[in-house]
Design a protein around this ligand. Structure first.
Ligand SMILES: C[S@@+](CC[C@H](N)C(=O)[O-])C[C@H]1O[C@@H](n2cnc3c(N)ncnc32)[C@H](O)[C@@H]1O
Length: 351
């Protein structure tokens, strides 16, 4: 019955590319996806795989052939003050990522994936946030307590900070600290820093593009001790992991156990946490991710010969991993010097 209904809705069923297997989806999904699965061909010359293309992802992605990419995998600008993202305001950064996620939908083949690697929090100055007051108990040099001061104030109403300090034999700063707490991040009167969770944005942008959140994994990298100046005075964790968000385009996804050896499935294929050391020498690009990270995503989600796209290619890591794994790559990168670096690394990988 359901089949007959689907046939009535889709009179051109037989003319569809059988690889898309659209007819195997529920009727309501077929109706919704049909226009998305058959987008118009790009107006200008199609970008060829096997090359690194210089330019803005927003301008070049519409030139990737529809339904031609099995996996989009990238790590975008994180909006953390790197040189290559200096051109972006926060709103501009949001618009860039939302646009780029949206532009992936037509070019990913049905059943394929877009995987986004990103640090899950951003730190923002937020004037509306109450000042964080923390009492650094272990660092106290004076034994005078908050209760001592409150007791003194109750016994002598109207006493000011200077008089309280004299009576209790401590500094005015101690009186102030015990009454108001220490500000643990920046100066006491600085605007506070708030944490923003990025995962929710990726989910929202993915869904509105037509993708469905499918999975997420955690990449445990090296802990960033050098950036931890303030963590000794707070309960905040070091920066030592990032997320991989898997967005799925509806369609038939081939699940092949043979893509990995049984011990690889046990060690990482089936595991949610991947521990992979960070790249040690970031002297030629500010933020490379490890080849091993890209290799795992590519080997898990694609077959030999498939096209893997990275539209924030940077130093070319995704393309290097694709070459090593026998997949085709398509790279897009905004900066000339990074394109040149990526080309050198890809040539070395091909050799
Ligand atoms: C986090 S890095 C990617 C690093 C890369 N995964 C690697 O291992 O080298 C982000 C890259 O996006 C590039 N980029 C920034 N804005 C871009 C845009 N609008 N279009 C294309 N690339 C852009 C930057 O120049 C930078 O190389």
């Amino acid at each position: 019955m359901a089949r007959r209904a689907a046939r009535t809705i889709l009179p051109r069923e037989s003319s569809l590319d059988p690889a898309l297997s659209l007819h195997r989806l529920p009727a309501h999904l077929q109706a919704r996806l049909r226009p998305l699965l058959h987008p118009p061909a790009p107006a200008s010359r199609v970008l060829e795989p096997g090359r690194v293309h210089l330019g803005d992802a927003r301008a070049l992605l519409p030139r990737v052939a529809p339904n031609s990419v099995s996996l989009g995998f990238w790590s975008p600008p994180y909006f953390v003050g790197k040189d290559y993202e200096a051109y972006l305001s926060y709103e501009g950064w949001e618009r860039l990522l939302e646009t780029v996620v949206g532009l992936h939908f037509p070019l990913i083949r049905p059943g394929g994936f877009l995987v986004v690697n990103i640090a899950d929090i951003l730190c923002f100055k937020d004037p509306s946030m109450p000042r964080i007051s923390a009492s650094a108990v272990d660092r106290r040099r004076s034994s005078v307590t908050r209760e001592d001061i409150l007791g003194e104030m109750a016994r002598h109403p109207g006493t000011d900070r200077h008089q309280l300090a004299r009576r209790l034999g401590c500094s005015e700063q101690t009186v102030d600290r015990r009454l108001n707490g220490n500000n643990i991040r920046g100066g006491k009167y600085d605007v506070q820093t708030r944490v923003k969770i990025v995962g929710g944005l990726i989910e929202r942008w993915g869904l509105s593009a037509g993708f469905y959140p499918y999975d997420r994994r955690v990449w445990v990298k090296d802990p960033a001790w050098e950036n931890s100046r303030w963590t000794s005075l707070s309960y905040k964790a070091l920066d030592e992991f990032e997320y991989l968000y898997f967005l799925w385009k509806p369609g038939i996804t081939s699940v092949r156990r043979s893509r990995l050896a049984p011990e690889e499935w046990r060690e990482w294929g089936a595991r949610g946490v991947w521990t992979i050391p960070s790249v040690r020498s970031n002297d030629d690009h500010e933020s490379k991710f490890p080849v091993e990270l890209a290799l795992r995503v590519i080997r898990l989600l694609t077959d030999p010969g498939d096209v893997v796209l990275d539209c924030f290619l940077g130093s070319g890591t995704t393309a290097v991993a694709a070459v090593r794994a026998g997949r085709r790559f398509l790279g897009i990168e905004l900066r000339k010097e990074s394109v040149a670096l990526a080309k050198r690394r890809i040539a070395a990988a091909r050799d």
